[in-house]
Write a protein that binds this ligand. Structure first.
Ligand SMILES: Cc1cc2nc3c(=O)[nH]c(=O)nc-3n(C[C@H](O)[C@H](O)[C@H](O)COP(=O)(O)OP(=O)(O)OC[C@H]3O[C@@H](n4cnc5c(N)ncnc54)[C@H](O)[C@@H]3O)c2cc1C
Length: 452
């Protein structure tokens, strides 16, 4: 058919046959959901540790609910964009495996990524054994594995109340149009901030000063090899003097350009413990990036600098820690103390960031720290576990314990402890540690005493 004939034919079709019929909207009530649900294990916080804890509890046969206030799983690893977990290996041997390692291996495989060569010792360059992940795939696979294991995920929800009554946790959550009352036999706090621990009345600890946070982003469209770095350094120093940019936020212009923005910004006081403080941290991270981007575009050779990607929130390093049945000390950490109830390993330099940046302190050869069950239990609590960066520890030990491989190991340990406590109808402190270790090994985790 010629074009003009076709247009005429289309024009001849009456309008009523093209425009779909719509009914007239009448006023209705907004459909909110109010529910009461029972579960065996409830995990709050679907981040680095919480996702693993949930998969472990569900794979061990427990009815499991995972409440997450964001819109995807992975927390700091995905939403925060810290997609370079470490350290799974120490002194030439793997020390953390299990569900976290399975997720990482699947992410590497699906994204055609590569593992570092773990046989080459890193010496002081520990980051060489961190694994560069595609965070989008990691989030997708986390969700898929949760669903395959039978974990019920509830996004956009946060607890408003958590009370221990008549041998059950009663946790009330609110979300977008939801009001949920969840009754659970075992509760695991994986919020990274000890939020549920504090909400249920147990003590949390915090220093006056916390480590800075970082908004992860990527910049591009300049040729690093063609830049006059001497001139750029001079302009950077001049801009700092004039207070156009902040030196504490970007300590090295060379590193910023070399790394294309990766893990380079420092936002002092970044705090994710309340919506209000996290809003401030996000706005500070973004406005600091915007200022820097405008400055970069004034530099010779960087005029076309582009913002290639940016995470949706400023990642936070440190807030509250729980006051547990045991507090892991700096001495325990650097001496690789093994406890009767150690459930997982942790290996990283002491890594405390401050206004000046960070100078990691490496562990002595063959030392590998461990995490005892008691450090995952808030003091005097019942049927409550914690996993992740808010593990019970002093500040220096925590600066190493907080890394992702360690959080994944703790997450799996907490999931296994909760599952056994649930089946035995006891509080996790009463579960025999050797039984938890056996369950962990059944799910491919490496437990202290093994592999070293
Ligand atoms: C900038 C930066 C760089 C880092 N560099 C490294 C590195 O190089 N290598 C490394 O291994 N580690 C690194 N870390 C440390 C590591 O990434 C984190 O300490 C670790 O991921 C924390 O895990 P988590 O499970 O405790 O918390 P998260 O992964 O943050 O998970 C907490 C989850 O709980 C949810 N949540 C919080 N509050 C609530 C609530 N009230 N209700 C419901 N859900 C809630 C959050 O949305 C989130 O999903 C870095 C961290 C930062 C910030």
């Amino acid at each position: 058919m010629r074009r003009r004939t076709m247009l005429k034919t289309v024009g001849a079709i009456s309008l009523s046959s093209v425009i779909p019929k719509v009914s007239i909207a009448s006023p209705v009530e907004y459909k909110e959901i109010r529910k009461e649900i029972e579960t065996e294990v409830l995990i709050v916080g679907g981040g680095t540790a919480g996702t693993i804890a949930a998969i472990q509890a569900a794979r061990a046969g427990c009815n499991t609910i995972l409440v997450e206030n964001g819109s995807q799983l992975g927390g700091t690893t995905t939403t925060g964009g810290v997609a370079f977990p470490g350290l799974f290996h120490a002194w030439g041997k793997q020390i953390i495996a299990g569900i976290g390692w399975e997720l990482i291996s699947d992410t590497i495989q699906l994204g055609d990524g590569t593992f570092p060569d773990f046989n080459i010792p890193t010496r002081r360059a520990h980051w060489k054994h961190q694994i560069r992940l595609n965070p989008y795939l990691y989030a997708l696979l986390s969700e898929e594995k949760c669903q395959e294991a039978g974990v019920q995920i509830r996004y956009y929800e946060t607890p408003t109340q958590a009370t221990w009554e008549n041998g059950r946790w009663n946790v009330k959550t609110v979300g977008k149009g939801t009001h949920t009352h969840i009754r659970a036999k075992q509760l695991i706090d994986c919020t990274g901030n000890g939020f549920v621990t504090a909400l249920s009345g147990f003590k949390v600890l915090r220093e006056d000063e916390i480590q800075p946070g970082t908004l992860q982003f990527k910049i591009g469209e300049y040729d690093i090899d063609k830049l006059d770095m001497k001139l750029i350094q001079a302009k950077y120093e001049e801009a700092i003097k004039k207070k156009e940019i902040s030196q504490t936020e970007f300590r090295s212009i060379a590193a910023l350009l070399q790394n294309q923005g990766d893990n380079i910004q420092h936002i002092l006081g970044a705090d994710s413990t309340t919506s209000e403080t996290h809003t401030i941290a996000n706005i500070k991270g973004r406005s600091s990036l915007l200022k820097m981007l405008r400055f970069l575009r004034t530099l010779p050779g960087c005029e076309k600098t582009k913002l290639v990607s940016m995470q949706p929130e400023t990642a936070v390093r440190e807030t509250y820690r729980i006051d547990g049945e045991y507090q892991i000390t700096h001495e325990d950490y650097v001496n690789g103390k093994v406890f009767e109830d150690s459930l997982s390993y942790s290996f990283y330099p002491i890594d405390l960031h401050d206004e000046q940046g960070v100078v990691p302190k490496h562990l002595n050869e063959h030392k590998v720290a461990t995490v005892p069950l008691r450090a995952l239990i808030p003091k005097n609590s019942q049927n409550l576990l914690v996993a992740g960066r808010c593990v019970s520890s002093d500040r220096l030990a925590n600066s190493a314990l907080r890394v992702q491989a360690s959080c994944m190991g703790m997450g799996q340990a907490a999931g296994a402890a909760a599952a056994l406590a649930c089946k035995q109808n006891v509080t996790p402190l009463k579960v025999i540690p050797e039984d938890i270790r056996k369950l962990l090994q059944k799910h491919n985790a490496i437990v202290p005493g093994e592999n070293l």
